[in-house]
Design a protein around this ligand. Structure first.
Ligand code: SF4
Length: 335
């Protein structure tokens, strides 16, 4: 038998026992349904567990079933998502809830994968955790712990993910949920990404080739990253009679969310501005996965409410309109 598969087979029972004794008490591990697992998995994409915990509980209080979420307006869903970022996930979650409500819970990997916002990793996680299917979920965390276990020097990337998926499939135990979550948990609390992993607390310390050679930090081998694109923007916080101008983004990053009017630094303002100097000015930066915004924000008092915008008080904005955290540097101008 392949040496790596044999090693992985020995690693499985150790991981399961360790997970059952050491797993964190997280809200999405209670009273699980397919829908609640879907909410948790979409929230956890690119977001830290600590940031998700409270939001998850509040979100399910507001939308306890797929039926409630399917019936909600997009603005309500965006508001409940506020602070988590990557808002396309919220739109996808709503659309997936509509599918669940109309068609019922899927029963196969293909059915799960066809839901909005569900990629290969999330499909594997949902199949393993909520449906008891032996479908591995391999993300950067799982790649990290397996490259260390095998001392595998291949560069991170899709080919390596596919290879690990095939290997996991060969050893997947019947307790698919604990195994899938055990791999994630080991990567989250023991086999840490930066600095030194906590090998003394690891159930694999007697098996892990990287640890046995004292070379944990050599793995995973990073693939070269593309540089982020930098975009310069002017942001216009416009006040008129105690109300502020908002507009909804219709395309690209943050599509569907409310924002302060803005335009590329090289383009004219999106409406006529008053003569003279702005009331306040500040620069800010926001980093997305592939793009970085460098913003110059200015606060203006206008005499007429420019009709292309929606005008709302600070209180209404706080209550009803989700403004993405990219603009948070300018939010304290709202009074
Ligand atoms: S022994 Fe150390 S390096 Fe190996 S899997 Fe465990 S924590 Fe990671």
């Amino acid at each position: 038998m392949d040496r790596d598969i044999e090693l992985l087979q020995r690693a499985v029972p150790r991981l399961l026992s360790w997970f059952r004794e050491n797993k964190r008490d997280l809200p999405w591990r209670h009273d699980r349904t397919f829908y609640t697992s879907l909410v948790a998995e979409l929230m956890l994409q690119q977001t830290r567990v600590e940031a998700v915990k409270e939001k998850y509980v509040a979100f399910l209080e507001k939308f306890p079933t797929e039926r409630d979420l399917a019936a909600a307006s997009e603005d309500e869903v965006m508001k409940a998502w506020e602070g988590l970022g990557y808002y396309s996930r919220a739109r996808n979650l709503k659309s997936a809830a509509e599918t669940l409500f109309a068609e019922g819970t899927p029963r196969t990997w293909e059915g799960v994968k066809s839901l909005a916002g569900v990629g290969d990793y999330t499909a594997g996680a949902l199949c393993s955790i909520a449906l008891g299917l032996k479908e591995p979920a391999v993300d950067g965390n799982v790649v990290r712990i397996l490259t260390r276990l095998f001392a595998d020097g291949s560069a991170e990337g899709d080919a390596l993910k596919r290879k690990f998926k095939e290997m996991l499939r060969q050893v997947y135990p019947n307790d698919t949920a604990d195994f899938c979550e055990g791999l994630m948990e080991l990567g989250a609390i023991v086999c840490l990404p930066n600095g030194v992993p906590l090998c003394g607390a690891c159930p694999w310390r007697e098996l892990c080739r990287a640890h046995l050679c004292g070379e944990e930090e050599r793995y995973p081998v990073r693939a070269e990253k593309k540089a982020r694109r930098v975009e310069h923007l002017n942001v216009y916080v416009l006040r008129c009679g105690g109300k502020y101008a908002l507009r909804k983004r219709t395309e690209g990053l943050l599509k569907g969310l409310w924002e302060f009017p803005n335009s590329p630094a090289s383009a004219p303002p999106p409406c006529p501005l008053p003569q003279g100097k702005a009331l306040a000015e500040r620069t800010a930066k926001h980093v997305f996965t592939h793009v970085e915004w460098r913003m110059t924000g200015r606060l203006w008092e206008t005499e007429e409410p420019f009709p292309a915008f929606l005008w709302a008080t600070a209180e209404e904005i706080g209550r009803e309109y989700a403004i993405p955290s990219a603009f948070k540097a300018f939010k304290d101008w709202l009074k």
